[in-house]
Each structure stands twice: as C-alpha cells, then as structure tokens.
Design a protein around this ligand. Sequence first.
Ligand SMILES: [Zn+2]
Length: 282
Amino acid sequence: MELFKPIPAAAGTNQEFSMPSILTCDDCGKQSLAALVHLNGSTCPFCGGLFRMPARARIAMLADADTFIETDETLTSTDPLKFPKYSEKLKKAKADSGLTDAIVTGTCAIEGYPAALAVMDSYFMMGSMGAVVGEKICDLAEIALAKRLPLIIVSASGGARMQEGMISLLQMTRTTMAVNKLGDAGLLYVSVLTHPTTGGVTASFAMQGDVILAEPKALIGFAGPRVITQTVNEELPDAFQKAEYLYQQGMIDGIVKRGELKAALAQILALHADNREASHDQ
Ligand SMILES: [Zn+2]
C-alpha cells in the first residue's frame, strides 16, 4: 500500500499561507494582526505571550541565513484508508499552512554548528503525526546518522493523526527506533517541546531527547487533563502538564524563552562538539 508520494513538482510548496488574519492572545486577551505577530517571533506585541509558530518562521529563527537545505519537501499523504473527508482536510491544511504536511525537515547550521533540524507545524492539522511526518523524521534521522550530525526536533502536535488509523500509530514505533539509533551511534538528539505537544508524539520521539527543552507555558502531556481527572478521579494540580510543572518534576531539562532558543541550542551543540573532540583525542 502506498502511504505517501511526492507531489508534482509544478505544485511545489507554497510559501504564502492563508492563516487567520487576526489572532487573540491567550495571555492578555488582546487581538493583533497575524502578520505583525509572526514578524515579531509569533509573540504578542502587547504582553510577549507566545503564539503557535509556523515551521518556516521557526526555521528562519533557528538556522543561520541560507544554510537550511530541506529534505523530503514534496512528500504528501495518499489518504491510505480513504478516510471520510480526510482529502478535503488535507487540501485545506496545505492551503492554510503552505506546507505538504505537518513537519519540515532538513539540514542547516546553527551559529556555525551543523545540525539536522525538524520542525513541526501545528497550523497543519494540529501538527498530527501520520505516515508523512513519521517518514520525514525517520529519513532525517538516517541523514543525521550517515553525516554524523546532531538532531534537533521542535515538536508541536495534537498527537497521532486519526484519519490514518493504525498507520499513524505505527509512526510512534518507527520514530522511536529512528532516534534511538542516534543514541547508539553516540550522536546528540535535542528535543524542543512547544505548545502544545501531546498524544502520540509525547509518547514517542518528543520525550526521548538526550536534552529536552520546552518553551514557557507549553502544554505537554499524553492525554488531556479532563480525561485524566475522569480516569483517576482526583483533582489535578493547577499548572498540571505545563512546561514549568514538568520542569519542577524533573521530566524536562530546561525552559527556554523563544528569543533565546537559538543561543541555547548553539551552546548545547558547542558543548557536544567539544566533548566529541575530547573523546577522540584520548
Ligand atoms: Zn498578549
């Protein structure tokens, strides 16, 4: 069964996207023009609150200018289960996000350090993981392995893509195994969790980083708070499943402001590069 295919070259990836033109800040409730918000690092111009960041804007923020070389840029889902209304949803998500699926992958330099970089986009079907997202992560991990590059994945996901059923769940195993191989080869994997990172993505590669960072106030969890409350029949702490709570509990290694993420990643890449040189010298 064919799960994905390259789209015809003429269709290409569409850099322009038709997102909502007005966005409302979760933190201060004020409205801003989306174009202004995304020019400003997808942050609220009034209070600095974080909006979801489009993948290409995130890549522009993290990768050194003109260094990003995209991989698998034309892969798109074939709607393998012919799930009702999925093909219409895919069409709309492509128009809304300017992407062919919910992740952009490639290689780049970050403050001069070479890296493999994957960025999920929650404007594409809430960043859900189907066969294309799984395949692109596995391919990128293979590239990182072959070129001995550190891997960075910036996650933003509602979880598995239900329209791809079991095929979508399979991607949890595939991506888990793919990033594990990097660890076996002594290569660094840094996972960056952004709002929201939930479901099958949290239950696979997103929590497997050697270093796991998160953006402030990001919701990170498997099932949502309502499902958990009903299951365990207990009141949950206030900030339950927020990045700050997970940090306190030792589940993640650090919380990094969006504007400081590139410098933080560069520092981790530098430390790892130094260590590798030191261990080669011995
Ligand atoms: Zn605000």
